[in-house]
Structures are given as C-alpha cells and as structure tokens.
Ligand binder design. Structure first.
Ligand SMILES: *[C@@H]1O[C@H](CO)[C@@H](O)[C@H](O)[C@H]1NC(C)=O
Length: 193
C-alpha cells in the first residue's frame, strides 16, 4: 500500500476517536474572537524558511508525524493530538522568506518525559504560558485565507481596543489531518505581550 494512504488511514483512525487537545482556559469570548490562556506545556516542534505556508507545512508536518510515528530515541509511537500550531514570523529569511515553526502538542502521558527526536531538525519545545486571541474559520485554508483571517482578527482587536497585542507574528492553527477535505476547522492567533 502506498505510504500516503497508510498515513491517511492512520490519521483517520487516530481522529475517529476523540483525540487529546492541548489544555486552555477561555478568558473572554467576543463576537468574532476568543481570548485564551494555554498553560506552559511541551510541544514537538520544527522550523523551515519558505515563501509559502502550504509548501512549508507540507514538509514540517511530516517531520513531526515521523516523530510521533517512532522516530524518537524510545522508538515509541505517540498519539496524534490537536491542534497543530504554526508560528509565522514574516520576512525573517535572507530572501525575505517567512519562518514557519510547526508544532504538535505532546500528549499529557508524555509531558513529563517525552522521548528525544532522532531528526536534528525536530526538538522538544518548552512552550511558556501562551496568552492569545483566536479567530476561527472553516474550509481548506489557502495561503491567502490565513493572511485574510489574520488581517480581519487584527482589525477586530484594534476596533475592540484590545491592548498589548503583538502583531509582528501570528499562529496558524489546524484541527484536522491533511486528509480531511470538508468542514475543516482553522484558527489564526495573535499573542498578547
Ligand atoms: C525560526 O523561528 C524559530 C522560532 O522562533 C527559531 O527557533 C529558528 O531559529 C528560526 N529559524 C531561522 C532559520 O531563522
């Protein structure tokens, strides 16, 4: 069987029963956005420089998937979680490429002692408490959809008079495997300083 198909079946299987989500608390629910705090937790993370979100995450997703599929020093399979976050730092590369840093939440069972990745491009991130504003949208997000939704969230936060928001970087956030085509759930996040 072709390996993409196997991966697809694995993920459908993972997603068939409720998968574990990164914990958070809701600070405020506004009409078009939600303010949340994620406690300090470990994530498995990798970065790449690219012009395109789509191209970047097609590489970084598989690096992270390989880690949970056993490319770690314990040779251990680790459950898929949600969401998948990608920090976008615009124009950071030498040719103005964006820096895309994608992460999977490490399941609670492995938070205390996650196995080390064998790929040197992948690392365990000790993510500090994260205070964010989130805008949710649905569908198969294109590069443009991420930017349009980040711009809308920016406008809504400014209009609402929210203070201390860092607009230099943003997170794109997905809740579905790459094989879910319909009714996908996506978010963009800005961080509170
Ligand atoms: C991309 O950003 C991440 C997270 O801030 C950082 O660790 C990494 O060094 C950056 N990569 C490059 C090539 O600038």
């Amino acid at each position: 069987m072709n390996s993409l198909l196997v991966l697809g079946l694995l993920l459908v299987c993972h997603l068939g029963h409720a998968i574990e989500s990164a914990p958070y608390t809701v600070v405020n629910s506004a009409e078009s956005y939600e303010e949340r705090v994620y406690p300090a937790q470990k994530w498995i993370t990798t970065s790449i420089l690219s012009i395109s979100h789509d191209v970047a995450t097609s590489v970084t997703f598989y690096r992270l998937f390989d880690y949970i599929d056993g490319q770690n020093d314990a040779g251990m399979k680790i459950d898929m979680t949600a969401p998948v976050t990608t920090l976008v730092i615009p124009g950071e590369g030498p040719n103005c490429e964006n820096n895309f840093t994608e992460s999977f939440y490490i399941p609670s069972a492995h938070q205390a002692n996650p196995p080390a990745p064998t790929n040197s491009d992948v690392y365990v991130e000790e993510r500090p408490e994260l205070h964010i504003f989130s805008r949710r949208f649905h569908g198969f997000a294109s590069d443009e959809d991420w930017i349009v939704n980040a711009a809308q969230l920016h406008d809504d936060l400014v209009a609402a008079g929210e203070e201390g928001v860092d607009y230099q970087t943003y997170y794109t956030v997905g809740y579905d495997s790459p094989f879910v085509i319909t009714d996908r759930t996506n978010e963009v996040w800005f961080m509170k300083k």
